[in-house]
Write a protein that binds this ligand. Structure first.
Ligand SMILES: NC(=O)c1ccc[n+]([C@@H]2O[C@H](COP(=O)([O-])OP(=O)(O)OC[C@H]3O[C@@H](n4cnc5c(N)ncnc54)[C@H](OP(=O)(O)O)[C@@H]3O)[C@@H](O)[C@H]2O)c1
Length: 256
């Protein structure tokens, strides 16, 4: 789709790159010439994914939890030792569970906010301070969610992702002096591994409630990610791009 040399010599880190959307982003980056690091918590599955990705191009696995700031610093250190620099960070790791707002426990709320907001922040600040700011060059893509109309049925992730969207705008301005572009992607419902944890009844007939009458694909999210990390989008920063088949304009998909 794009020039095969588009990301030649770029070093990319994809959090949550062992599965679903993150795996496809890693795969696309490799096919456009990048060297890719993937990180996530489950070491065995992560290494299995890296082995598959290595068939496309150089891919390294570093296990770690984005909520653990010390481990995040170690991840940065390991990349520095091996590659000397980082060009692009994709904050894709995250997760949530559907629940009516009134039923969410204190722990449930904290777990989602800690993962999707704090973990993303630890990765962003650490990679910027270690690489992008001293290099005076960098690119960050934040995968958030469709929060256009709030997020009925998942208030915790809606709040956390809105935090990341606001962070994206702030850093686009503060870090413009270091030539760091930062944008967010807000996927609607994407046919990906993340959907497997949702009860089937929640997803029944869900395509009918999306104007384009289908779910998105991981490839479509990966193509948009590649566009946002490439020179084709060099004048875009602080933006959130929705990739949702028009769902945000039509209505909510889940009923609670
Ligand atoms: N699929 C959709 O429709 C959709 C829509 C909107 C937004 N999203 C978001 O897009 C991202 C990817 O979604 P997906 O469908 O591809 O889901 P997925 O397959 O469940 O991917 C999530 C990835 O994040 C990793 N991860 C989760 N918590 C982590 C942590 N604390 N530290 C490090 N890695 C962590 C997981 O690996 P480990 O288990 O090994 O840690 C996994 O590889 C997620 O943030 C998701 O919430 C998805």
């Amino acid at each position: 789709m794009f020039d095969r040399q588009l990301l030649k010599d770029k070093i990319v880190l994809v959090s949550g790159g062992r599965s679903g959307i993150g795996f496809q982003i890693a795969s696309s980056c490799l096919s456009y010439g990048a060297t890719v690091y993937i990180c996530s918590r489950k070491k065995d599955k992560l290494e299995e994914a890296a082995e598959k990705l290595n068939e496309i191009g150089p891919c390294h696995a570093i296990a770690g939890d984005i909520r653990d700031i010390e481990r995040v610093k170690e991840i940065a250190h390991l990349i520095k030792e091996k590659s000397g620099r980082l060009d692009i960070l994709v904050n894709n790791a995250g997760g949530q569970f559907p629940s009516a707002a009134k039923d969410i426990s204190h722990n449930g709320w904290n777990a989602v906010v800690n993962n999707n907001l704090n973990g993303t922040w630890y990765m962003t600040q650490t990679m910027a301070n270690t690489f992008f700011i001293p290099q005076k060059c960098g690119n960050i893509v934040n995968i958030i969610a469709n929060i256009y109309r709030g997020f009925p049925g998942m208030v915790h992730t809606g709040a956390a992702r809105a935090g990341v969207e606001n962070m994206t705008k702030t850093l686009a301005v503060e870090w413009s002096q270091y030539h760091i572009n930062i944008n967010a992607i807000a996927p609607g419902i994407i046919k990906s591994t993340g959907l497997e944890q949702y009860p089937p009844e929640l997803l029944k007939d869900v395509s009918d409630r999306i104007p384009l009458k289908r779910l998105g694909t991981t490839q479509e999210v990966a193509d948009l990610s590649v566009f946002l990390m490439s020179p084709m989008s060099s004048f875009i920063t602080g933006e959130t791009v929705y990739i949702d088949g028009g769902q945000r304009l039509w209505g909510d998909v889940f009923e609670f």
